[in-house]
Design a protein around this ligand. Structure first.
Ligand code: FES
Length: 66
C-alpha cells in the first residue's frame, strides 16, 4: 500500500527501513527516500508506523498528572 502518494513511499518500504534499522524517526523515513513531505497527509500514518515500531515517545509528566 502506498502511504505517501506525493513521494510514492509504500508501507513495505517504511517497515523494511524500520526493521533494518536505517530509520528511527519520521524525518528519517523521508530522508531515506531522498525526499521531504509535500502535502503532509501521510505524516500521521508515518508517525504511527514509527511509533509502533520504536515505541511512543515518553509523555512528559505535568504537576497535574502526579
Ligand atoms: S502524501 Fe506524503 S507528502 Fe503528500
Amino acid at each position: 500500500m502506498i502511504v505517501c502518494l506525493c513521494n510514492a513511499i509504500s508501507d513495505r518500504d517504511i517497515r523494511r527501513s524500520l526493521t533494518d534499522g536505517t530509520v528511527a524517526s519520521v524525518a528519517d523515513v523521508y530522508a531515506k527516500a531522498g525526499c521531504a513531505p509535500r502535502c503532509g497527509r501521510c505524516v500521521p500514518m508515518v508517525r504511527g508506523m514509527v511509533h509502533e515500531h520504536c515505541g511512543r515517545p515518553q509523555q512528559r509528566r505535568t504537576p497535574e498528572m502526579a
